[in-house]
Design a protein around this ligand. Structure first.
Ligand SMILES: [Zn+2]
Length: 383
């Protein structure tokens, strides 16, 4: 991984590169960022840069002997620890990241922005909670106590140290007094779930979420045929979570903006036969798409409220601008609040496995009532 393949984050990249260039890399540090932020990608690029034999313009060269290994996550001096479950035929206490290294390499190459949920699916851990166990900690300590193989440096990346739990205590000495030229990089998303004794021994760097513009550019450069409207909806819904934006943009062929407009129109008209068809259509796409549709509607309501208060359309796509302008005829701030609450309830129901047809029909009737209340309405029919 090179820094140049990671969208945005200019400040963070510069800070890390300067540390290496000035030979001031801290022995232990935490890269902290929300799920879907590029913290793991940055840790990988940073490790690659440290190990590179021919650093150029603030980035790893990408072609030296060392880079070729780092970029396949196979450098003998670059070690990984991450949450796992027991491997088939092995006890959990005997299983470590080493047993899942091949899968890890594939998963990271495919998507360095993945979250724990995606990783859990990847290793078939839907039913058990992955974690980092005692054996793993002991192996790390042993590994880092040995001499390096090829580079003068040894690097240990620990992805999601939140899942160390109390085992983190075992690593304190290693973090506090590592052997020479050893760098420990914790890649974390929730500071509160890491032992204070660990945090206090590490230098902390916060990694910001990806901006909407950077996310759009990143996804479209990798998927040139993607529909720009769907891409922009997916990015808006994801609030800086690149993993989520990608999975929505690539996994869905649904134009949520169209879908939202037709839902509001049919609910307002109380056209139950058409509403029924609409629900059947959405339901056929599966629970995940229903959830995404509701999340889209929620994000649209937030942007619409912003537009109502400021008349600033810059955060809306072209088709959303048209929808928003039409909606001013029937929806004021009070109604936005009621609809937002309705959507929150719908999302909660869908996540709790309530029958989607029943939930959507009930919410459609409620939506119709909200839209018709205190009729300031001209007409929705010409939307
Ligand atoms: Zn290189």
């Amino acid at each position: 991984m090179q820094f140049l393949s990671i969208p945005g984050q200019a400040k963070e990249k510069k800070q890390l590169v300067t540390q290496v260039d000035q030979d001031r890399v801290p022995h232990a540090q935490i890269l902290l960022g929300r799920p879907g932020s590029p913290k793991l990608a940055i840790a990988l690029a940073y490790a690659c840069y440290i190990l590179c034999l021919d650093r150029k313009n603030g980035d790893a060269c990408g072609v030296c002997k060392s880079c070729l290994k780092s970029m396949q996550y196979k450098h003998p001096d670059l070690h990984f620890a991450f949450p796992v479950i027991s491997k088939e035929g092995k006890k959990r206490e005997d299983t470590t990241s080493q047993d899942f290294l091949d899968k890890w390499r594939l998963a990271v190459a495919e998507n360095p922005y993945m979250d724990l949920q995606a990783w859990s699916q990847y290793i078939g851990a839907e039913k058990s909670q992955p974690n980092i166990n005692t054996r793993e900690c002991n192996d790390m300590i042993k590994q880092l106590g040995m001499r390096s193989f090829e580079s003068p440096y040894k690097i240990q990346i620990i992805w999601l140290p939140e899942y160390l739990g109390k085992e983190g205590n075992r690593l304190l000495k290693m973090i506090e007094e590592p052997t020479d030229n050893t760098f420990i990089i914790l890649v974390a998303e929730n500071q509160e779930r890491i032992l204070n004794t660990v945090i206090s021994r590490c230098q902390l760097t916060k990694i910001s979420p990806v901006s909407d513009e950077d996310a759009k550019e990143y996804i479209s450069s990798r998927n040139p045929s993607i529909n720009p409207e769907i891409l922009s909806q997916a990015v808006q819904m994801s609030d800086g979570d690149l993993h989520k934006a990608m999975s929505i943009a690539l996994g869905s062929s649904v134009d949520y903006s169209e879908l939202l407009l037709s839902w509001m129109r049919l609910s307002y008209k109380r056209d139950f036969s058409e509403l029924n068809n609409w629900i059947t259509m959405l339901n056929s796409k599966g629970r995940e798409d229903i959830k995404h549709f509701i999340e889209y509607a929620m994000s649209f309501m937030r942007e619409y409220a912003f537009f109502l208060q400021t008349e600033d359309v810059s955060r809306l796509s072209e088709s959303q601008q048209a929808t928003a302008k039409n909606m001013t005829k029937i929806m004021d701030m009070l109604k936005v609040e009621s609809v937002a609450k309705l959507l929150q309830e719908a999302l909660r129901d869908i996540m709790r496995n309530v029958n989607p047809r029943i939930c959507l029909m009930a919410k459609s009737i409620e939506l119709g009532d909200i839209l018709r209340s205190k009729d300031q309405v001209k007409s929705l029919y010409d939307m």
